[in-house]
Design a protein around this ligand. Structure first.
Ligand SMILES: [Zn+2]
Length: 378
């Protein structure tokens, strides 16, 4: 692990690249492009340094090499395109970037406009061209050209959870204050049941601190709403984690559901936030049956060992085993499924929506009660 003076892992590419600045003159007169929610998330992550070393939306050279080799033009590993789609080539050499309401947030210096093949991008990034895949569907709805160039963000998005909002520089200084050098990041877009509590605790046993980094950007509409998840994380940590070893903070990315490639991208972003380790579970960032159970773990083998610097920690699915009398995984438990307390996602939703608590071996009652309450009020 390559560390900074403060002892934390270095950002991807060596330096934190933040793209915030003063509102330049003449923004009002510029051609304005309204960004989609995914593009807005990307813009905000460019501003904060979460996408270091990127300085803006990708040009063709970076885009091509990312698609073909999972690398930026300069050779640094990078798994997902970070591109801005436009209807037509802008007339000027600068454009203003705005949110859905038309509020201007940033300026982009136009370096390049290029066309791209949506099906090819889908195949490379999502491993499918099926328009039913939510990430592919979004790609197909995009405009037909990409505009590339560095951005300067002068107005940030309002974070959905101001108290959970921390930019990479802030998580880094927080970790340093706590004296942490090794920090494991845990990405989630679901409430944490016993299985994930177990994984995060196993990981925490080997490092100094745990960053629970729930994704609060756009997700599918059937994922559990972020407000509910945040309440559930708080209840869990308050009752079952040593508070001084855990930080909960929001990860502002939009889900792409790109499975394996997104797992690598998520790891790189967390490195920028100061994590030296990153938990990759089964089917990380997957959706439906598009990816094999272990694809998001296997893809890390396509890079040289330690090339990412951040260390992926691979985990199996965990369960309570009655014979072991503890949480375990197929890696650590020799008993058959009959001894395991396992509920499918569908079964859990069914119980919760009927106001029933799942078994304590599956879900902490404090967490389940919050979920039941949420189901009741919808
Ligand atoms: Zn067992």
């Amino acid at each position: 692990m390559v560390t900074t003076a403060a002892g934390l892992i270095r950002p991807h590419g060596g330096e934190l690249v933040e793209r915030m600045g003063e509102r330049p003159e003449g923004v009002e007169g510029l051609e304005t492009v309204r960004l989609t929610s995914r593009e807005l998330s990307d813009l905000d992550m460019l501003a904060s340094g979460a996408l270091s070393p990127l300085t803006g939306f990708m040009g063709r050279e970076d885009y091509e090499r990312v698609l073909e080799e999972m690398r930026l033009a300069g050779g640094l590993p990078w798994a997902l395109p970070v591109c801005l789609a436009v209807e037509q080539a802008p007339a000027g050499d600068r454009i203003a970037l705005a949110d859905e309401t038309g509020r201007t947030l940033a300026v982009l210096e136009v370096e390049e406009v290029y066309s791209y093949d949506k099906e090819r991008e889908a195949e490379k990034v999502f491993r499918t061209t099926d328009g039913e895949h939510p990430g592919v569907a979004r790609l197909y709805r995009q405009h037909d050209r990409y505009v590339a160039g560095p951005v300067t963000v002068f107005e940030r998005l309002e974070p959905p959870f101001p108290e959970l909002h921390r930019d990479p520089a802030e998580t880094r200084s927080l970790f340093s204050e706590k004296g942490w050098r090794r920090v494991v990041g845990f990405q989630t877009r679901n409430p944490i049941h016993r299985a994930h509590e177990y994984l995060t605790k196993c990981a925490l046993e080997t490092v100094d601190g745990l960053l629970i980094h729930p994704l609060v950007g756009e997700t599918k509409s059937d994922d559990v709403p972020v407000e509910v998840r945040v309440d559930a994380y708080r209840a869990l940590i308050e009752r079952y984690f040593p508070e001084e070893r855990v930080v909960v903070s929001a990860f502002p990315a939009a889900m792409r559901y790109a499975g394996p490639r997104e797992a690598i991208w998520h790891a790189i972003c967390r490195k920028n936030y100061g994590c030296s380790h990153f938990i990759v579970g089964r089917d990380h960032a997957g959706v439906g049956d598009y990816y094999g159970t272990y694809d998001a773990q296997l893809i890390f083998d396509e890079l040289e060992p330690h090339e990412l610097d951040i260390e992926p920690m691979f985990f199996e699915h965990a369960f309570w085993c009655r014979a072991c009398g503890q949480m375990a995984t197929p890696k650590t438990c020799p008993h058959s499924g009959d001894d395991h307390v396992f509920l499918s996602g569908t079964k859990v939703r069914e119980l919760l929506s009927q106001g029933e608590l799942p078994p304590e071996e599956f879900s902490r009652p404090e967490v389940a009660e919050i979920l039941i309450e949420a189901y009741r009020s919808t």
